[in-house]
Write a protein that binds this ligand. Structure first.
Ligand SMILES: [Zn+2]
Length: 177
């Protein structure tokens, strides 16, 4: 399988177990409370509490959902089911599974929705549970560099977007079997 061109931006936060704002770097270091599973919105819906976003893919280690506050059409997030506080904590088995899945989902977004590229970012600052944003970029879009604090879109056709990505994930998995 030809891997899609992926522009990889990984921002690894050097988080510590206290509350502090580093005004030089602009990084908000999480408090001990923010870092706990019991306060994690992803863990809440993973455990059946709260509303789970629309799911495009799921296996025992990972779940991929549409982002509820998308930057572009098909903006998907890949989330470890295990609560990792930051990227540096991720165990090798989970990392390997993520590495195999990420291009499959990126390819499905490209094929299903006609995206030109898929950007990847891992920030885990607003939600302290490691997850990866796959942000589709389209020919002629004017977003420039993706700004996570910038404008979000209202996704009108959730079901159609979901199906477009899911069908191509299934097709990719079958091709690799
Ligand atoms: Zn969590």
């Amino acid at each position: 399988m030809t891997l899609p061109r992926i522009l990889l931006y990984i921002l690894l936060l050097n988080a510590r177990q206290n509350t502090e704002i580093n005004t030089e770097k602009g990084i908000v270091v999480p408090s001990e409370t923010d870092s706990k599973v019991s306060n994690c919105p992803f863990c809440l819906w993973l455990q059946g509490n709260g509303t789970k976003p629309p799911v495009v893919y799921e296996d025992p280690n990972l779940i991929a959902t549409l982002c509820e506050s998308p930057i572009s059409k098909g903006h998907t997030q890949i989330i470890f089911k295990k609560h990792y506080h930051q990227l540096a904590d991720v165990e090798s088995d989970d990392a390997a599974k993520l590495g195999a899945l990420m291009p499959v989902i990126a390819a499905a977004i490209k094929k299903g929705l006609g995206a030109e590229m898929v950007y990847v970012a891992c920030i885990a600052e607003e939600v302290r549970h490691v997850h990866f944003h796959l942000v589709p970029r389209y020919d002629g879009d004017t977003k420039g560099f993706v700004h996570f604090t910038g404008d979000r879109i209202q996704l009108e056709d959730v079901d159609q977007v979901l199906d477009s990505i899911k069908q191509n994930i299934v097709a990719a998995v079958r091709t690799n079997e």
